[in-house]
Design a protein around this ligand. Structure first.
Ligand code: PLP
Length: 358
């Protein structure tokens, strides 16, 4: 039986996608072999690669003057690749400090350039700074922020206005979760293992004028222009992850695209927050206007019951609800592939658990 998997990442994938991958595993595309076993430079794989890119471009409405790169190294590699490509040692780069992942990005950037913190979450990290608090450094190489902080469950519901400073976003845990205007961003990156596909693939969407400025010592596979010039086939890419990402994009298109999934994600999150707010047993500590639709964190009024909650939930087929070790408590990740039925099963379990232990 398939569990409802609330993991923050690697995360749930659509059943239809898994079934298709299984059906095609031994004999992909009439080749007599799996997609993992064919050349990344063969015509068949190149078609998969190009289609995945075209589908993503369509889903997100990526303008023509942006390149889509399929890279490796995860979002963590991008923490360094970004300053390597867009700064010089004397540059200043703006960062919004809103939690665990933005701090990781900041620490890495400090190895390459001067970091100016343009705003902080404050409030024990359970809010996002409003636009009025943003102090953008004139001439900054870019402003980097994390639209969704996966660990605390804190999400920006606005896109920072930063004038002519290039806006960069780590969208690892929010990409494709609702419509965005890509033209507001200079560069977007995301590890694949939440809303896109298997781990191992990292997507970068970059405005063309930002390419070609990498520091001379940048490894070629991490030079945005070198990767773009080779159609992301500068070396062997994670072919299976790329193929599955392509299947996920097709699944999204069949299901109404990003607008429809955005509605569904809103409904899932509202249902879970309503269950939390409607009880005196569960609480969420995030400012209401910064609550994440992707990662819903909550605590139990009796933390001594945490492990009983997790064990009973797992027995009921509700898995991976344990909060991140730095925060404790619970976290339910509601990425695109989590069906509303999963949220309904969770809220029903929560009220039943409260009835028994509250
Ligand atoms: C917002 C965000 N940024 C970065 C990372 C790190 O990603 P990776 O493991 O792909 O390096 C994560 C992982 O969960 C994340 O959620």
């Amino acid at each position: 039986m398939r569990a409802y998997n609330f993991s923050p990442g690697p995360a749930v994938l659509p059943v239809e996608v898994l079934e298709q991958a299984r059906a095609e595993l031994l004999d992909w595309n009439g080749s007599g072999m799996s997609v993992m076993e064919v050349s990344h430079r063969g015509e068949a794989f190149m078609r998969v690669a190009a289609e995945a890119e075209a589908d993503l471009r369509e889903l997100m409405g990526v303008p023509r003057n942006y390149k889509i790169l399929f890279m490796q190294g995860g979002a963590t590699a991008q923490f360094a690749i970004l300053p390597l490509n867009l700064t010089r040692p004397e540059s200043v780069a703006d960062y919004l400090d809103t939690g665990h992942w933005s701090r990781k990005a900041i620490a890495e950037a400090r190895r390459y350039c001067t970091v100016h913190i343009a705003a902080e979450a404050g409030g024990e990290g359970m809010r996002v700074p409003p636009q009025s608090e943003l102090d953008v450094a004139p001439g900054a190489a870019y402003l980097h922020y994390t639209p969704n902080e996966t660990i605390s469950g804190v999400e920006f519901h606005y896109v920072p206005a930063v004038g002519s400073v290039p806006l960069v976003a780590d969208m690892s845990s929010s990409i494709l979760s609702r419509p965005i205007d890509v033209s507001r961003f200079a560069l977007i990156y995301a590890g694949a293992q939440k809303n896109i596909g298997p781990a191992g693939l990292t997507l970068v969407i970059a405005r063309e004028d930002l390419l070609g400025q990498a520091r001379p010592a940048t490894p070629s596979v991490f030079d945005y222009k070198a990767v773009a010039d080779q159609g992301s086939l500068l070396n062997t890419p994670p072919t299976f992850a790329w193929y599955v990402a392509g299947l996920v994009f097709k699944w999204l298109k069949r299901n109404g695209g990003v607008a429809a999934i955005g509605e569904a994600n809103g409904a899932k999150a509202r249902a879970l927050y309503a269950a939390i707010d409607g009880s005196s047993f569960y609480s969420n500590h995030v400012a209401h206007d910064a609550r994440s639709r992707m990662n819903v964190t909550f605590t139990l009024r009796k933390p001594e019951l945490d492990s009983a909650f997790l064990e009973e939930a797992a027995r009921a087929g509700l898995r991976n609800l344990k909060g991140h070790r730095v925060l404790g408590g619970m976290r339910a990740s509601l990425y695109n592939a989590m069906p509303i039925e999963g949220v309904e099963a969770l809220t029903a379990f929560m009220s039943e658990f409260e009835r028994r232990h509250g």
